[in-house]
Ligand binder design. Structure first.
Ligand code: GMT
Length: 380
């Protein structure tokens, strides 16, 4: 198949999922064309059937707000025609779904039928998308997509709650590539971080408000009062500086390392014991899945789709959003019982295997085939 993938090129979850999906499809022999405003972060190598088309935006002085969506739509029309794409798979509703739907309508006038598969990732539904500045366009573009997918059952339910959607939604969860994410032997690294054998905790995110990183600080403060430990904060975003400041105020900063964005995250996760995910909203929690694949148990909130990934009492523990007392008590329970911790780590790996890319990729391919089949019927 000739597949067009539209995504954000940054390290955000939706961009990572889109890029890894494209790479896996290319490995199976499909031609994959990425369309975005920048080369996707994880697309940093050559492959004969991977292509990148950059959306250029005119800097005309009249534009206080350069019209990216219009430029993206025009690019889609161009790439679909020139590269003879079979379908467009867009990740994150705003503005990718509406641009794709408009491109589809334009192409229809030119006698070309292009199916649009829209994957909803999270904040496009639970936060930004439902705001009335975007809602009518998001609703329209979801309903006009040929296939709609969400990354969890929870996000599917939220989509029906927040928008008037009259089509079926398929759930295709996030996935993990075990060729990359697995527990590696990194004893020297563990020694450097925790020289006295202290347990190592980690949090990974884009440090946005929705992640509640201040809760991570409060949980760790409570843990440190009872037992020595180290905390690695991985990623970057607007809440990073306030979190660093809070770690000083709570007098835990000597035991917390803010590592910023990291490429080889699997190497860091390989030396960790517990992963903390405190989000207010989380449609799936790819960061937790990556940790689990590296045999790390998870202490998390029970928001959104997290319970579909982290199983309470099996792979970790779940608490209500903001309940830092419960989360720190759960962490201490695991850290205080080495046998239980070992078992939870083993369970985390078993659970992560359910989301092996080898199981999830065929689900997307089946949906592409369904979309192409549908298209033939409509075109007939
Ligand atoms: O919040 C992020 O990490 C970024 C965001 C995105 O859309 O780029 O991630 C969302 O999509 C990921 C991939 O499907 C999910 O694993 C995350 O749970 C989801 N984030 C939220 O719902 C807050």
């Amino acid at each position: 198949m000739n597949i067009g993938i539209v995504c954000y090129p940054t390290f955000g979850g939706s961009g990572v999922v889109a890029t890894e999906l494209g790479k896996a499809l290319a490995k199976q022999g499909h031609n994959v064309h990425f369309i975005s405003y920048q080369q996707p972060a994880r697309l940093d190598f050559f492959s004969e059937n991977l292509f990148y088309h950059e959306v250029m935006i005119s800097k005309y002085p009249l534009f206080d707000f350069p019209p990216y969506e219009t430029a993206l739509t025009s690019k889609l029309v161009d790439v679909v025609q020139f590269e003879k794409l079979d379908l467009l798979h867009v990740h994150y509703a705003i503005p990718h779904a509406s641009a794709a739907v408009l491109a589809k309508h334009i192409l229809r006038q030119k006698g070309i039928n292009i199916p649009v598969i829209t994957t909803l990732h999270g904040t496009d539904i639970t936060l930004v998308g439902k705001d009335k500045t975007f809602e009518p366009v998001v609703t329209y573009s979801i309903n006009e997509s040929d296939i709609i997918t969400t990354v969890s059952q929870s996000l599917k339910a939220d989509t029906y709650t927040n928008f008037e959607i009259f089509k079926d939604i398929e759930v295709v969860p996030n996935f993990i590539d075990f060729d990359r994410f697995n527990k590696m032997k990194k004893d020297h690294f563990r020694m450097a971080i925790a020289p006295f054998g202290e347990p190592i905790l980690a949090h990974t995110s884009n440090f946005r408000k929705v992640k509640r990183v201040d809760d991570v600080m409060h949980i760790f403060e409570r843990i440190l009062k009872k037992t020595p430990a180290k905390l690695l904060m991985i990623g970057d975003g607007p809440e990073r500086a306030p979190a660093e400041q809070l770690s000083r105020e709570l007098k835990i900063c000597d035991h917390v390392r803010f590592l910023g964005k990291q490429e080889a995250i699997e190497e860091i996760l390989s030396v960790c014991d517990l992963f903390l995910l405190t989000s207010e909203n989380e449609s799936f929690g790819l960061a937790a899945l990556e940790a689990m694949a590296c045999e790390v148990a998870v202490i998390s909130s029970n928001a959104g789709g997290i319970p579909e990934v982290n199983i309470n009492g099996v792979t970790g523990f779940l608490s209500d959003v903001g309940d830092v007392d419960s989360m720190s008590a759960n962490a201490l329970k695991l850290l205080g019982d080495q046998e239980m911790l070992k078992e939870f780590k083993r369970n985390a790996l078993i659970q992560a295997k359910k989301f092996d890319i080898k199981n999830i990729l065929p689900q997307y391919i089946a949906l592409y085939e369904k979309a192409l089949g549908l298209q033939k019927v409509q075109g007939a």
